[in-house]
Design a protein around this ligand. Structure first.
Ligand code: CU
Length: 338
């Protein structure tokens, strides 16, 4: 709540209007993203208009009920049938008010619907009943991590039914629809963790109390520079996972899976299943036993030994890995496929 600091710092007093709109304490959660401002101000405007008219209408009604109640000896007079001035007024004033609401609402809507071109992009996958987030470098997470003070565009899709991505603190809500991509964006202004809900009833299951109401996650807003560290850490699977498991993730990430299966079936290249310790024959070299050095060479210089029965079409991965540990991890993974 940065507003508190401003208040006590005394640089400037916030008006009651701004406090209502920004603290979020009573009607609304703290406005943790820039998108909250427009939503909140239109909400406050509509609330104020409604309050004024509620008091006016109900107040006059009560007053008239008392003033003009039926009394003995007083005859009811005919009610006036027409008052042009009054009718013009009660048409023009509501039209003017609704045009003001429309102006601010539509302007805000356009802003909310138009992500800045330089926005950071995150893919959001919805499914029964969880959220998955994917970053441009391939990292996948179950909570949405974003940098503070930077526009973030989220591209939404669903694996099954319609879900709705809702972050109350940012005032954004957008459907995730199977078979198409929706987008929304926000710029977080407060570091911290904020709730993500699914706002579209997407079913329930009695089993292990899964269901729409447990389709929850968090947005984690990182301080400047911290987000990059987090992303780097996540990308470093070798640091995060035991070697064979890291190798499996790298096998998928570097696209080895397109040509190499792990179940014994040949694709463009031979399967990795059970090759550890075998002796392989080559169309351009003498037979070699599959050990660490052979695997390393096969990955970095695939043309040196072309396995019999296969074409020499594997691209070299020389210079593609972040470090040598990644190659070790892939070797451990191949080793583990007995
Ligand atoms: Cu859902």
């Amino acid at each position: 709540m940065m507003q508190m600091g401003e208040l006590h710092g005394g640089s400037r007093m916030l008006s009651a209007w701004e406090l209502l709109g920004q603290s979020g304490s009573f009607w609304l959660p703290p406005p943790a993203a820039t998108s909250a401002d427009v939503v909140d101000s239109v909400f406050q405007l509509i609330l104020a208009v409604c309050t004024v008219f509620f008091v006016l209408i109900v107040g006059l009604m009560v007053l008239f009920v008392i003033m003009y109640r039926r009394r003995d000896g007083v005859e009811a007079s005919d009610s006036p049938s027409h008052n042009t001035a009054l009718e013009i007024m009660w048409t023009a004033v509501p039209v003017a008010i609704s045009m003001v609401i429309f102006y601010y609402g539509f302007k805000g809507y356009l802003d909310l619907r138009t992500p800045p071109l330089n926005a950071y992009e995150v893919q959001v996958f919805a499914q029964k009943w969880s959220w998955t987030f994917q970053y441009p470098n391939g990292v996948v997470s179950e909570e949405l991590h974003v940098p503070v003070d930077r526009p973030v565009r989220v591209v939404l899709s669903s694996q099954d039914v319609i879900h709705s991505f809702f972050v109350p603190a940012f005032r954004i809500k957008m459907d995730a629809v199977p078979g198409r991509y929706n987008q929304t964006w926000f710029q977080a202004r407060t570091e911290g963790k904020f709730d993500i809900y699914c706002a579209e009833y997407c079913g329930s299951s009695d089993k292990d109390s899964q269901g729409h109401s447990s389709m929850l996650s968090k947005v984690v807003v990182h301080a400047p520079g911290e987000f990059e560290n987090w992303l780097e850490d996540q990308a470093n699977v070798v640091k995060r996972l035991p070697p064979a498991q890291a190798g499996e993730e790298l096998y998928k990430r570097y696209g080895c899976a397109a040509c190499h299966s792990t179940d014994g079936s040949a694709r463009t290249g031979p399967s990795f299943k059970g090759i550890w310790g075998e002796t392989h024959e080559f169309s351009n070299s003498t037979p070699t036993k599959v050990d660490e050095n052979y695997l390393r060479e096969s990955i970095l210089e695939p043309m040196k030994k072309i396995r019999s029965g296969f074409q020499g079409v594997m691209p070299t991965f020389q210079g593609r890995f972040k470090n040598d540990q990644e190659i070790r991890a892939i070797i451990e993974f191949i080793k583990s496929l007995k």
